[in-house]
Design a protein around this ligand. Structure first.
Ligand code: ZN
Length: 278
């Protein structure tokens, strides 16, 4: 039984359709109120989801504001240049190993946010975000998915001027301004999406489609990235991995984000996040 996990005012909640159930309330386990504890216990999430049909919901999603599904990730990784089309538009060479940088955890926010741009070189990158569900050290690609709690939608918002101000570029800072890591709307267990290895991903600015691809176009797929990272360091529950973006970013076209823009990012089977820029 799959699950959809949301963060409602700091408390873990299970979601089905437009309804939500407070996890600690329906399980009688107060420690699961914290989304970070819930993420570390995927078995409990699967089991509790199987009971929802017989329990009155806590309320409707339309009446609440969702926070980041993983509000306090210990680590937050991102993969650069992981789609061939994006490598080409960036005029870079295809990477031979995953190119990893950090989106510092302080930039991680929820699904519907207002983002202060700070500069006129803000850019968007629609990305599938993987959330680790159990400690992973030296796992093989074949075993990697067993360590994934679920998937969510993310934006690897990037300040290109800042990113390329240093030579070589400092990716980490350029992608970690306050609010530059929106995620959500929910964390979806991999068994609930149509195909965990290939999901349609789109990004629109003011209703105009700028990015449209499928996550199956990744150069290094989710399992390979988890294998790679876990061979270097220990992944823990709640760690995030932004898995790279398709082509169509503003850097390639010279069309950067501006105040008033509305950015919508959608992944098949997971949902949509929306950012407004000031
Ligand atoms: Zn990215």
């Amino acid at each position: 039984m799959g699950f959809r996990l949301a963060n409602i005012e700091g408390r873990a909640a299970l979601v089905d359709g437009d309804s939500w159930w407070d996890l600690a309330t329906i399980t009688g386990r107060s420690e699961l109120a914290d989304p970070m504890a819930a993420i570390a216990d995927p078995d409990a999430l699967h089991a509790a989801s199987a009971t929802l049909a017989g329990i009155e919901p806590g309320g409707s999603l339309g009446d609440v504001v969702l926070g980041a599904p993983v509000p306090r990730p210990r680590s937050s990784f991102a993969v650069g240049l992981n789609y061939g089309g994006h490598v080409a538009e960036a005029q870079m060479e295809l990477p031979e190993v995953p190119l990893i940088f950090a989106k510092f955890p302080s930039c991680i926010t929820g699904p519907d946010t207002v983002v202060e741009l700070r500069t006129d070189t803000g850019d968007y990158e629609a990305e599938l975000v993987v959330v680790i569900g159990s400690t992973a050290r030296d796992v093989s690609a074949d075993d990697a998915w067993a360590h994934v709690a679920g998937l969510t939608v993310g934006q690897d918002l990037s300040d290109r001027g800042l990113q390329f101000a240093a030579k070589p570029p400092h990716f980490d800072l350029g992608k970690s301004r306050d609010g530059y890591g929106p995620t959500g709307p929910v964390l979806v267990s991999p068994d609930l999406v149509p195909d965990r290895d290939s999901l349609a991903i789109t990004c629109e600015v003011n209703g105009e489609v700028r990015q449209s691809d499928a996550t199956g176009s990744m150069i290094f797929d989710v399992a390979t990235v988890v294998e790679y990272l876990s061979g270097i360091l220990t992944l823990e529950p709640g760690d995030l991995i932004f898995t790279g973006t398709p082509d169509g970013v503003g850097l390639a076209s010279g069309r950067f984000l501006a105040a008033g823009d509305v950015l919508t990012t959608t992944i098949e089977g997971i949902g949509t996040i929306t950012q407004r820029f000031v």
